[in-house]
Design a protein around this ligand. Sequence first.
Ligand code: AYL
Length: 535
Amino acid sequence: SSSPPPRVFRSKLPDITIPDHLPLHDYCFEKISEFSDRPCLIVGATGKSYSFSDTHLFSKRAAATFSKLGVKKGDFIMILLKNSAEFVFSFMGSSMIGSVATTANPYYTAAEISKQLKMSGAKLVVTYSHCVDKLRESDVDLTIVTVDDPPENCLSFSMVYDADENDVPFVEIDWNDAVSLPFSSGTTGTPKGVVLTHKSMVSSIAQQVDGENPNIYLGTNDVVLCVLPMFHIFSLSSIVLISIRSGATILLIEKFEIETSMSLIERHGVTVATVVPPMVLMMVKNPKVADFNLSSIRMVISGAAPLGKQIEEALMERIPQAVIGQGYGMTEAGPVLSMCTAFAKEPPMPTKIGSCGRVVRNSELKIIDPKTGVSLTYNQPGEICIRGPQIMKGYLNDPVATSLTVDVEGWLHTGDIGYIDEEEEIFIVDRIKEIIKYKGFQVAPVELESLLLTHPSIMEVAVVAENDEIAGEVPVAFVVCSAGNQLTQEEVKEFIAKQVVFYKRLHRVYFVPTIPKLPSGKILKKDLKAKLSNS
Ligand code: AYL
């Protein structure tokens, strides 16, 4: 007789032993004696390279420096940097002294940075001199270290290189201690600090690259493209940390400019390109790409937003030798839930176009009916939930939001709707959470709605996602003006633009007489989205 169809899904690859005694930095650097002289970091813009032993050494010196500056175990530091060697040294250095790195976008406005500083309680920031004025606007008492010439009352990051690595104090690190604090709005509300512990991050990295048959097979001959921002967990975990663990070289690029990036891929022989869908779109649409030799690329990992089938097919034509597949992650999930198994060492387990691969090892995944909570089997779409050692400890200082996301049985509810086919491949089809994804970046509608409601001429508002060919989704607003007041679309857009980072800007404003709501006050966003022409 046949067994009943599964309700909890596990990896087709065998489970692995996750080293549950190592703090994140020791785990990442565990094997460096095997490749200490190989390049760990190459700075794309300058060509400067740092070996694994340099990277380890400068991380220890950063740890010693932060410690001298008063950072203690359990304290928070903010890294406000683009992709750079200093980012890596600061992050690893912070881990070494048991402090927690909260990472943020250097393009954030003063108000956005201030919120994150206050919510995290960070006392030290590593940044650029041109960000110092923004930092000073928040009335937080800060030690500011700049990687370029320090302005008055700031310190220079160059002190790290002169520090003594033997000055790193001994700290006892528990596996359940926090190590990083990325921000995410999750399934509801505004951005919150996501507490990722040594346990979560080590587990997720191990699930990606450890074991006899790693899900993502990386080695010392790989050169991994790092153009996605490291302040986002996708890049931090699935580029930087997995490469350090595996002995692969990381090619650091600050900003995705198509020709510069392609020429750096060619020059350094990039073998693994980790990307977001808008980058793939540019790689297939831009005719100049054909001028570059991309034959070194053997693997393309796309994630953070859905990758359209046609775009994936077009990329396969452009780089036919490469295996192309998706990773599916969520900051709160540590971050990886599923990964294309065609990236594994052996035997190749191909995945279908459009799939997000299969659930990672040492984890359980289920699909539930979002209304009843009943778990579903093959081919039935529902909310994706995951349980395993990699998921977040919780939101910082927010037990209510935590319990809405991680239930008492330890299942993390993603707010994504998907199904699993009979070959255990995951397909995401919808999202029941409010979040808008602009080129893979999160935009929280509530954040923009609260800002709009501070405008004296605005009475009611709803922000929703509008589909966009390039960005995937863009935020748009429905606005009800207060009696006797009128605004133009430009005025509303401008009002928001000066308060938020570029990707949260409104792309359109629709003036409406009322916002459709349930008697409870809940806005009927589905009805509003249906009004948009291209949704
Ligand atoms: P956050 N396809 C469709 N939607 C996706 C995908 C994908 N491949 N990946 C992520 N998302 C959406 O916290 C989904 O709605 O993390 C998910 O809940 O900024 C949300 O983005 C999470 O957004 C990887 C691969 C990390 C991906 C990531 C994504 C991190 C984005 C590591 O290896």
